[in-house]
Write a protein that binds this ligand. Structure first.
Ligand SMILES: C[S@@+](CC[C@H](N)C(=O)[O-])C[C@H]1O[C@@H](n2cnc3c(N)ncnc32)[C@H](O)[C@@H]1O
Length: 379
């Protein structure tokens, strides 16, 4: 399926984009550019003059090059285009966008492209009042700007991300958001407990390099290793994502080194996770981010604040960056049976997970040679 992408430009950048037939943008919309495939449809919208140009065809996939000698280096995400036929101009484009209930920030469906192209060509078009289906709703997750993240499905896009049948599979939009925030294309991302490989699939689509481990690999591109002893050099990765076991609530496998066989009520569980944290600290580059997904437990009539306990251990090594609340959906306890049990026995079903984001602080300056002359002053 071919989709449509609208690039924004200004009075200043319009000429450079049209002359070079290269449409470009910055990190804010970089995620959209990386979703472009060769032969998708592209439009250019001048936000100063409210003019839309089209229709263009992308001659490449969306690209990233932070040394591109155009736009004063401000727009490293770009695509090369060719006009489909003669370039058409549409004045007062914002009025048309409003009528179609689309925004230039949206990714357009094939139908959306067809409608917008016809309007550009001035062709007669009868639009029904309840016009819909012009926008690709969940083709890519949103980039969240608050600390509450929620998305309806485990995966998104054309290809599956991980395996949604794998117990404890990670919602892919979490990894998608993290890598767009904390890495650039070609950076190296590591997942030490990769499960069904969601991190691999998201990273590959977003043009990040990725290395993934698990104690019991489920696919050939996951390397067998214990997350407490990873075959990686010190200070070598740009971001780490971990969705660790939350205790022994899910049976991943019978491997004796599987930390998911230790209950969250046992302090040993946190001691073993702390060894994983130390290993993450060793392999992560200074100034880079580790994101840890974790949920609390309510088991055997007891609440265990697993998230707080993991946070406490993490901050022994790392600097906190933020904590995200990720809404839990599609879990097995989301049934009328469990809802009534929760009310009858006065407990709560887990409604969210913590995404704890921490940073390996830059190396402390070495004050070893600093001479301090102590003096005492009379009071
Ligand atoms: C919550 S799952 C990860 C889910 C994964 N992110 C996905 O999307 O499919 C936790 C994983 O930790 C792995 N694991 C448990 N102990 C481990 C250890 N010591 N070293 C490496 N992986 C381990 C389990 O095998 C399991 O696959």
């Amino acid at each position: 399926m071919r989709r449509g992408f609208i690039f924004a430009c200004t009075k200043k950048s319009e000429k450079e984009m049209l002359d070079n037939l290269i449409f470009a943008t910055n990190k804010v919309y970089g995620y959209k550019v990386l979703a472009i495939r060769k032969d998708d449809f592209v439009f250019l919208y001048n936000i100063d003059t409210d003019i839309l140009y089209g229709t263009f065809i992308s001659t490449t996939d969306g690209q990233y090059d932070n040394s591109i000698p155009l736009f004063n280096g401000r727009y490293p995400y770009f695509v090369k285009v060719q006009p489909k036929t003669e370039i058409k101009k549409l004045n007062n484009a914002s009025i048309v966008f409003r009528k179609l209930k689309i925004s230039w920030r949206d990714i357009l469906s094939e139908r959306g492209v067809e409608v917008l192209s016809k309007i550009l060509e001035n062709k007669n078009l009868t639009l029904s009042k309840n016009i819909s289906g012009l926008v690709e709703k969940n083709f890519r997750p949103p980039i969240f700007s608050t600390t509450l993240w929620d998305f309806p499905t485990q995966s998104y896009g054309d290809k599956p991300k991980g395996n949604n049948k794998y117990p404890g599979v990670t919602p892919a939009f979490i990894i998608y958001n993290l890598i767009h925030r904390y890495t650039e294309p070609n950076d190296l991302v590591c997942d030490p407990m990769a499960g069904s490989g969601t991190t691999i699939d998201v990273c590959k689509e977003e043009r990040r390099r990725v290395i993934a481990f698990d104690i019991v690999p489920t696919r050939p591109d996951i390397i067998q290793a214990d997350a407490r002893k990873l075959p990686l050099k010190d200070n070598s990765v740009d971001m780490i994502f971990i969705d660790s076991p939350y205790g022994d609530n899910i049976k991943y496998n019978e491997h004796p080194l599987n930390i998911g066989n230790i209950p969250a009520s046992d302090e040993k569980f946190y001691d073993e996770l702390e060894k994983v944290m130390q290993e993450c600290y060793r392999i992560l580059k200074y100034g880079k981010v580790l994101a840890w997904l974790i949920g609390d437990q309510w088991a055997k009539k007891t609440f265990i604040p697993v998230g707080f306990k993991v946070y406490e251990r993490l901050t022994k090594y790392f600097q906190p960056v933020d904590i995200i609340c990720v809404v839990r959906r599609n879990q097995s306890s989301n049934t009328p049976f469990w809802h009534s049990k929760a009310i009858q026995h006065n407990f709560y079903l887990r409604g969210f997970k913590y995404l704890i984001i921490v940073k390996k602080e830059h190396k402390k300056q070495n004050f070893g040679n600093l001479k301090i002359e102590w003096r005492s002053y009379e009071r």
